[in-house]
Every structure is written in C-alpha cells, then in structure tokens.
Design a protein around this ligand. Sequence first.
Ligand SMILES: Nc1ncnc2c1ncn2[C@@H]1O[C@H](COP(=O)(O)OP(=O)(O)O)[C@@H](O)[C@H]1O
Ligand SMILES: [Mg+2]
Length: 267
Amino acid sequence: MPLVAVTYVKGRPGATTTALGLAAVAPAQTRPVVLECDPAGGDLMRRLDLAATPSLVDLAAAARGATTAEAAIVAGRQTAMLGGELVPVVVAPAGGAQTRAALPELTGTGRPVLTTPERLVIADCGRLAPGSVVWPLLRLADVVLVMARARPDELAHLREALGELVDLGTDRLAVLLAAGGLYPVADVAEVLTKHVVEDLARDPGSVSVLGPLPEDRKTAAVLGGDLIAGRRWRRLPLMRAYADVFTDLAPQLSVAPAEPLPKEALG
Ligand SMILES: Nc1ncnc2c1ncn2[C@@H]1O[C@H](COP(=O)(O)OP(=O)(O)O)[C@@H](O)[C@H]1O
Ligand SMILES: [Mg+2]
C-alpha cells in the first residue's frame, strides 16, 4: 500500500485536518493509518484526547529492531474515534525534537516502515521548510499533497518551493487548494503549469491542482475533536470533498476509489 504525504509551505491550510479526513474516507480494505510527522510537533494527542504513548517514538524504536513494518506500526498506533469511524493514528509528542529524531529512523534505507504493502500510510508532514527533515519522506511518497490557499502570498511561497517539489517525480505532486482562496482552480493550475514549463523547464504534467476544499467548520471541528459527528457527517461538504480528492488520487495509489456514500445518506 502506498504513502501519501500532506504538507504546505505557508499558512495553516488544514494539513492535519486533511490527513485525518482522507483516512476517514479511505476504503476499509486500504487499512489507513495517519502518522503525525510534523517536525514542529504533534497536535493529535491533545485534539483527539489520545494518550502520550505509544507514539511516533515507539514506532521508530520498533522500526530499529528486526521487526515487520506492520508490527512497528502496531507498536506506535492508537485508535481515534472520528464521526463513528475508528481511525488508527500514530501521534507525535507536542515538542518537535522527538519527531525530528524519529523521522530519519523511518526513512533510512532498509527500513520500509512507511511503505508497507499492508497499509495506506497518510503522513501529516506539517510545514515544509528548505532542508527539512521530512524531505526524505516526501521522496518515498507515492503522492505528495501540498496544500495552499489560492491567495497571492501563499501561492508566491508555493512557487518558490515548486522547483524542488517537481523534482520528486512526475505524477506524484498534487497541489490541494485549501478553503479560503481567491482564485479558481483552473487559474491556479494555469499559472503553476506555466511556471513549471517556462521557468523550471519541466514537464507540464509535473504538477496537478485539486480542490478547492470548502470552508466547513463543522467537519473541521469533528476532525479536530471539538464536535461529535451526527449520523450524516459523511454528507458534510468537507467530507464529500475529501472523498473526491481520494478518488482523484486512487489511480496513483493503486487503490479503489473512496466508497460511495451510503444510500440513506444520499436521501
Ligand atoms: N476546510 C476547513 N474549513 C474550516 N475550517 C478548517 C478547514 N480545515 C481546517 N480548518 C480549521 O483550521 C484550523 C487549522 O487546521 P489544521 O488542520 O490544524 O491546519 P495545519 O495542520 O495546516 O496547521 C483548525 O482550527 C481547523 O479546524
Ligand atoms: Mg498541522
């Protein structure tokens, strides 16, 4: 099973929320697990009222030993309840130092914990800085979702990082427009593609643009642990949008598209 990395260059576009949302819409047979890999430190333990251990530190320790990837994930995993779904998550300590120490353990050669065939791993990589410790993880990822709001400041920062990002490889880089943008997706795609072709001399297919995600405080609050979901939470706009994103990415991930909404939800 594949590895999806969620990251961003500027702002707070909703990467952590998106990592959880994608895991919640992923078909059960993909066995999704969310890994908190933000080098600035984790949020999920507090937000979702999870325990301090096990965490990414335990996952990295297990990965160091001679064990299977699945056993290492089980050693680090807890289960979050999100809108009635049980979503396995590996939390990170709130300070980033332990995450920054653990990441090289997980991405080192001969330790394919993040690319186990048994799991869809969704890694919340936080903000991407030059020289960040998450770059080796991005190089292992099947899909790198870079989130940004379609606004001049965030797009300018994204453009700056694009040269290094497109070098991750064709068909792997997707820009996911977050809620609160100013420009339509087609315009953003045109501007980014022009930059990729004319300034970076790369293939126009190096970057695709998805979204925008809708502004949906209710779903964001459910995924942030602040609200108990109602029975029909999968009908909420942001959950539908995550299902669409998952379906768009499914071919790159070699998995089946998101499960259709249950019949009663379509009502
Ligand atoms: N689509 C959305 N609509 C409304 N609020 C959102 C949305 N996505 C995220 N949020 C909210 O924005 C804030 C930042 O989200 P978070 O996922 O923590 O961002 P990041 O990981 O990029 O810093 C949180 O309060 C979250 O609930
Ligand atoms: Mg975050």
